[in-house]
Design a binder for this molecule. Sequence first.
Ligand SMILES: [Zn+2]
Length: 316
Amino acid sequence: MNSRFKLFSGIVFLMLTVLLHGCNIVKVQSEPTYLPASVLRSDIKNGLSSYGNEQILEHSIFRPQFVDYLDAVNLENGSIDIVMLERAITTWNAVMTESNAWIEFNNMHFERLANVSGGDDYCVMINSCRITSADIAVVKSWSLVNSNELLRNIDYDSDYESINQPSIINSMDAGNAELNRTLKLIYNDPVGKKLIERCYQRGVLFRVENLEGKHGYYHHGKKMVVIDPKIFYNEFNTRYMIHEMVHAIHDESENSITEEVLAEIIGLDTQNRITGIPLELHPYSIFVQHVLHPEYGRLSMSNNIRASLDNIGLEL
Ligand SMILES: [Zn+2]
């Protein structure tokens, strides 16, 4: 009995060891790297590991080449409904020899693409949805955005008179050394400087607060950028603060997909200059990711954010 028990407990121990060891291995393998390799925001978790690897575009009707094909279909047959789209996908897949180029039909992707230009034709019932030439034009314009060109287009010469660095901060947490250090870091960048100057002009306040899981947000009513202290942990989090500043320079309280995407692009682009380590920037993937996001995807496409950026010399 005793030896049986020993044998039994031995087996249990062995199984537990294997199990725990196995778990350990799985844990190590699946845990995301703590290096800031991904530019994903914490609130965008669609199971995508990076903007750059095209996972979001693979097999999706948002794949740039397939969008070109839809453009041709639309030119020939007019707006594309669900039946036409399914037919286009079948034709496309029959021609593509590489299975990784195959497109899969997805109701939600169709609905989002059909609504991407907004306007009167917003469809709720899938059967009434049509991908119009306007929708295709919006998507194509984003697919043509090249981050290098974006940088070149930025007019670095500010019309504003320089504000004394010590007085740049309308901070509720004026004594927060980390906040001040980060603001100065951003201020030393030409784009960051413009954003901070505009925030200053508008009387935007900055506050540090523990935000469960979020990096920051902008409160339009209070004109306040609220930042979680974890963004101070390393310079690769600076983009979150810059992102909120982009919201803070715009009067419009209604957010838009364009505002979110440009805030992401400016945040990462500015951070890249600050850190000197250029994390890859993929504007089209950022755009598609927002269009397919459960909440962001329901925002209107534009709210004139480009005009506010233009006002401070950021021509995007
Ligand atoms: Zn945002």
